[in-house]
Design a protein around this ligand. Structure first.
Ligand SMILES: [Zn+2]
Length: 302
């Protein structure tokens, strides 16, 4: 409870005399920008909290927004492949295009998981650079925060010391949060979790849990009735203690699988702002970790 309160205080940012105009592709990145930029930034996310950033379309509003921005931050690792290249092509603001001083690829230097060795068309919507959902895990998000800090310093060098101090504070807070949760999850090491999409993999891995199967047979591909039946027949509460999913996927299917195995279904918060308690990047992790912990510890000894 104490840590939650501290994290909530961390979320509060009042842009009183905002200066640097920042546009991000996701609310997670917007939260990281606020962590580093504090009241020196005015940040907007192009996607809303409950929009799956895999599947947006470029709009004139997005192009207008980044045309007026000093800094543009994208997630990278092909998350926004379907729309960001077009937005950047259409803008007249050369500064925020790839290679410009106002462009940040937040994934630079991230150690990605699930990088395919070979890519074939029957692998679904697979990401050649690895799983792009690294912002759900605080330690990897520190690298994104470093990339954002570098970008802010490039366009607003006068506040360099402030940005570096805020980065350091973010690293310390996120390390403490992870440390606390990893310790609490120690008794549940390698407990099996069944997922829908590979959205929470970085955080589940950080918590020491074991991802045993996925409702999506391939990333981006809806499951067939046969695949659902196979999941139900091949798992028990001993191999999969709970099913976790994102709110934008078919919850009837998630419910069917969870009920079929006889375990809880958890619809987790996929992004900052997508549910109460997940107002910033640290409380997003905190909220998801707490809900998983409650679900697993409630079935202890069964
Ligand atoms: Zn994905």
């Amino acid at each position: 409870m104490f840590l939650l309160l501290v994290a909530l205080q961390v979320c509060m940012v009042v842009p009183s005399w905002a200066r640097v105009r920042v546009t991000t592709t996701t609310t997670d990145l917007a939260s990281l920008v606020e962590m580093i930029g504090g009241d020196r930034v005015d940040v907007t996310s192009l996607s809303r909290p409950l929009q799956d950033a895999h599947y947006l379309d470029a709009t004139p509003g997005m192009i207008m927004r980044i045309s007026r921005s000093d800094l543009f931050v994208e997630n990278g690792l092909e998350l926004e492949l379907g729309w960001v290249p077009e937005v950047l092509r259409e803008t007249r603001n050369r500064k925020v295009r790839r290679g410009g001083e106002g462009h940040v690829d937040a994934s630079r230097g991230i150690q990605a998981i699930q990088i395919p060795e070979v890519i074939t068309r029957d692998m679904g919507d697979v990401h050649p650079s690895g799983n792009p959902h690294y912002t759900l895990e605080p330690v990897r998000s520190q690298q994104a925060a470093r990339n954002i800090t570098d970008g802010l310093i490039r366009v607003d060098g006068g506040n360099r010391e402030l940005y570096l101090a805020n980065l350091q504070a973010y690293i310390e807070r996120s390390d403490a949060l992870v440390q606390e949760w990893v310790e609490r999850f120690a008794p549940y090491e390698e407990v099996g979790v069944l997922i829908y999409h590979k959205h929470f993999d970085y955080m589940l891995e950080k918590l020491g849990l074991d991802i045993v199967d996925a409702i999506e047979p391939l990333p981006g591909l809806a499951p067939s009735a046969g695949h659902v039946a196979r999941l139900i027949s091949s798992h028990t509460p001993q191999t999969a203690r709970l099913v976790v999913m994102e709110p934008w996927h078919d919850q009837r299917v998630g419910r069917q699988v969870a009920d079929g195995i006889g375990v809880p279904l958890l619809v987790l918060c996929p992004t900052v702002g997508s549910c109460a308690g997940a107002e910033c990047i640290l409380t997003l992790f905190e909220t998801n970790a707490r809900r998983i912990y409650q679900a697993i510890s409630a079935t202890d000894g069964e």
